[in-house]
Design a protein around this ligand. Sequence first.
Ligand SMILES: Nc1ncnc2c1ncn2[C@@H]1O[C@H](COP(=O)(O)OP(=O)(O)OP(=O)(O)O)[C@@H](O)[C@H]1O
Ligand SMILES: [Mg+2]
Length: 277
Amino acid sequence: MIELKSLSKTYSSKNGSSYEALKDIDLRVDDGDIYGIIGVSGAGKSTLVRCMNLLERPTAGQVLIDGEDITHYQGRHLFELRSRIGMIFQDFNLFTQRTVLKNVLFPLEIRHDGHSSALSRARELLELVGLSDMEDRYPSQLSGGQQQRVSIARALANRPSYLLCDELTSALDSLTTASILALLAEINRTLGVTIVIITHAMSVVQAVCNKVAVIDGSRIVEAGRVTEVFSSPQARITLQLLGLEPVTAAAPAAAGATGTINAHDPSDTKREVASDA
Ligand SMILES: Nc1ncnc2c1ncn2[C@@H]1O[C@H](COP(=O)(O)OP(=O)(O)OP(=O)(O)O)[C@@H](O)[C@H]1O
Ligand SMILES: [Mg+2]
């Protein structure tokens, strides 16, 4: 279980200006979820997911993993934590000078796994993602979808309980997107990995997520089960993302325009919506 409690993140620059990228976020991802976090560009999605594994340090609030407050983890604790949480990015982030096999071996090498066990683990993962016959290729010799499969295999190397995916299909066509999402669903089902997917596409949420949080203007404006959010969307931004309300030339809805926003109630998955949406 991943819990964010009253979490805020303010970016400060050297010239004294600051920007509040996350405001008072309460969110709970339960074990077994495929949890979608959706919002327009700049809403705070990447900041939110990067706070879950402390790639960004929250300015206020707490991050709990399996009930343990990890907000101030450093050094060895942080290293151990990161091995429990895999991460995947839009641009794949593969090592261009390493073959497919050596990319997947990398996280096993830095944990000093024995060479033969690391090798068999890496090959098992390449089989899982359907790339067994490409282990000697370099990333530049792969399609985008294949590169994303390598990055999924690499993220799973240390048997994480959680997989955080930041726009993992944004650079891919719709059919390749569908196959990558099907792979994630299989990983969730067969390996029991809890998955968080950041996206700006409702189609991604619809395809694989059981729950969704809509983020707008640094706040969560709506969250709950996908079936409920899709059947009766409340916040204006959700209606816009679903294509049910027009977007003006000015900009998509901003949270500020929808008034007070209720936080996610960690005690269950009931709907939360902006008060006047
Ligand atoms: N390191 C940083 N320093 C200052 N401001 C930042 C930093 N990172 C992000 N921001 C700002 O915080 C806000 C949220 O950024 P974030 O990357 O979380 O948005 P996002 O929802 O992931 O957007 P996108 O869909 O374009 O990836 C943006 O206004 C951005 O400019
Ligand atoms: Mg982002």
